[in-house]
Design a protein around this ligand. Structure first.
Ligand SMILES: Nc1ncnc2c1ncn2[C@@H]1O[C@H](COP(=O)(O)OP(=O)(O)O)[C@@H](O)[C@H]1O
Ligand SMILES: [Mg+2]
Length: 609
């Protein structure tokens, strides 16, 4: 996965506009809400701009009537109006927030769902490469960014511009041009300053984010490897490595903060100078009698009021820039295409018995390291074919290719004559039941984990599957039975128990093709015999591809393929291969040297991690 550090995104105006354009669909969904919210906004702004005018009339009335008799109800009425205007300004702002909230929240929901679906669409290779901790951060920042962009571009930038225009209009009608000129100059200087400094800061912000991702990914990885850390007493080493990341992160954050302080101080300076200049003009105008005391208070009120959203403008500009980067990144993520996709004209796989054929299949994970070099074999419908060979020979790879986790580099794989690249992934995967080498479970109850094989299965079907997979005695021994929580990734179960859950799931799924990847490797001999019996039951009438390390488990296969050097070195039945006296015979005698009685196989010890 890419991070900010290794790929500095260009955020020119074109990409920014593309990001903003990408948000339109989310606004369109609630057109009337957006419209009402915009109306509330205009009312709020009009009230805000009118407030200082009310203040002016109060002051002028009081000033004029000094020494003469005062009609009390006039200023009181004005004060009430002043209060109502102030209140409306806030009220309508809150109203538009409340009305618009739905739009932003819904957008976040839609995007989160899309990201989730997208991640499940991606191919296995992508998921093997990704760093979960960093990815989670990117997604979180991206969805928050969308919400921010929706709220603030529409409801901060635009209304601030509206307010500045309205105030400038009022000032230019009421007073000499000096005021408007001074205000416009101040605003322009302020905005330019904010933008320039913010651009300078963007590098620091990105750096801080990249470091944040990195230290997070490191911490996650370390915690996921909790047991390994303990095995090697490496807590201090892990802490030191994490702290190294944190140190870089600390420096990046510090630069971020310091530059933020510089920006805020600069903005405050511009505001201060503007106040001095404009209020001096107002003081001299009051002294010379060109404007009233009421005008003076009004100008002061406008200045203070204008700089509130302007101050936020700096913040908003910063955040919008940041949000644009984050959302662009999220959209970039969504825009990446999966390497494994359905062909445009893909049909559903149709099976009749399900004969699996590999025709001269070659494959490599990395271009310079071929794993399979022209593998050809057939599993006739309803037959059982076993693949044996040394660890790393490419046995599991054959299963991954059949399941289309990867596409073949050369040759083809077909089921009942249909190339698996020409059928939908959904129908292909529906036809294959996999008992993987390492089963990972959901952090849920045993029941839920078994029922995952077919979520709509009845209670009885789930229990039946558990029984067939020889899980029942184990489950009954648990105080909470089927309701037992299995822990994150199923870590509270032994390797053998997890494998039996995997078998029960496949029994529920009931597919025409079975792919057993060392399905009994984590079992002791006794449960192995029981499970083999169960698997034999399940695999009857099904096309079965068994990958095995322990030869005793596949003696009964119709055909045994011996893998070596990325090719099939030998094939035949158990008896034929023994008689041939080749690799298989050698492996067999190695595994059975001196032990006529089968004991536990230390070489097949639980390999969960
Ligand atoms: N995603 C991957 N990327 C790169 N190499 C891989 C990947 N998965 C497996 N390999 C390598 O491919 C070889 C065959 O792996 P595999 O088919 O799992 O072996 P096995 O016969 O033990 O099941 C191994 O050397 C392994 O290191
Ligand atoms: Mg394997």
């Amino acid at each position: 996965m890419r991070t900010f550090a290794d790929n500095d995104y260009p955020s020119d105006h074109k990409t920014n506009w593309r990001v903003i354009a990408g948000l339109w669909p989310y606004l369109r969904e609630f057109r009337s809400r957006v419209f009402v919210a915009a109306a509330c906004l205009v009312v709020a702004k009009l009230a805000t701009v009118a407030t200082p005018v009310a203040l002016k009339y109060i002051v002028d009335y009081l000033d004029k009537s000094r020494g003469s008799t005062l009609v009390m109800w006039v200023p009181i009425l004005l004060v009430v109006g002043y209060g109502v205007l102030r209140f409306s300004g806030t009220l309508f702002n809150e109203l538009r927030d409340a009305i618009f909230a739905r739009v932003a929240e819904r957008a976040m929901r839609r995007v989160s769902l899309r990201v989730f679906e997208h991640l499940h669409e991606r191919e296995l290779a992508y998921h093997l490469d990704r760093k979960t901790g960093g990815l989670a951060r990117d997604i979180e920042r991206g969805t928050n960014g969308i919400s921010f962009l929706l709220r603030f571009t529409l409801f901060n930038i635009v209304p601030t511009l509206l307010e500045i225009t309205l105030v400038s209009g009022i000032l230019s009608i009421a007073f000499r041009p000096g005021y408007v000129i001074a205000i416009v100059v101040a605003v322009v200087v302020y905005v330019l300053f904010s933008i320039k400094v913010t651009e300078w800061r963007t590098g620091f912000v990105r750096e801080a984010n990249a470091r944040d991702n990195q230290s997070n990914a490191r911490a996650m990885d370390s915690l996921l490897n909790y047991e390994t850390v303990k095995y090697f007493n490496n807590e201090a080493y892990e802490a030191a490595r994490y702290d190294e990341d944190l140190k870089v992160w600390e420096t990046a954050r510090l630069k971020n903060r310091l530059s933020l302080a510089a920006l805020n101080a600069g903005q405050a300076l511009i505001i201060g100078v503007t106040l001095i200049v404009i209020m001096s003009m107002a003081v001299s105008d009051v002294a010379s009698g060109t404007i009233t005391l009421g005008d003076f208070t009004m100008i002061n009120a406008y200045l203070l009021q204008l700089f509130i959203p302007l101050n936020a403008l700096g913040f908003v500009y910063r955040e919008i820039r940041q949000a644009l980067v984050n959302v662009e990144r999220l959209f970039g993520l969504l825009g990446e295409k999966s390497a494994i996709v359905d062909a445009p004209e893909a049909r559903d796989l149709v099976t009749q018995g399900a004969t699996v054929t590999f025709e001269n299949v070659s494959f490599a994970y990395q271009p310079n390291r071929p794993i399979l070099k022209g593998v050809t074999f057939e599993v006739p419908a309803g037959h059982k074919v076993a693949v044996v060979g040394a660890s790393g020979a490419g046995k599991s790879t054959i299963g991954r290719l059949l399941f289309r986790f990867f596409d073949v580099g050369g040759g083809r794989i077909a089921i009942d004559g249909q190339d698996i690249r020409d059928v939908t992934q959904h129908s292909l995967r529906a036809a294959i039941g996999v008992v993987p080498q390492d089963t990972v479970l959901f952090n849920d109850t045993l029941y839920q984990n078994i029922a995952y094989g077919r979520p709509d299965a009845t209670d009885e079907e789930v229990r039946q599957a558990a029984r067939l997979a020889h899980l029942e005695p184990f489950i009954e021994s648990l105080p909470e039975g089927y309701g037992t929580k299995v822990g994150e990734r199923g870590l509270k179960l032994s390797g053998g128990e997890k494998q039996r859950v995997a078998i029960a799931r496949v029994i529920l799924k009931n597919p025409p093709i079975l792919l057993l990847d060392e399905a009994t490797s984590s079992l002791d001999s006794l449960s192995e015999q029981a499970i083999l019996a169960a698997l034999k039951e399940v695999s009857r009438q099904r096309t079965t591809l068994v990958i095995a390390h322990r030869l005793s488990t596949i003696r009964d296969a119709d055909t045994i393929l011996v893998m070596a050097d990325g090719q099939i070195a030998e094939s035949g039945s158990h008896q034929q291969l023994l008689a041939a006296g080749g690799r298989y015979a050698e492996l067999w005698s190695q595994q059975h040297r001196g032990d006529s009685v089968e004991v536990a196989h230390p070489d097949d010890a639980d390999g969960t991690e």
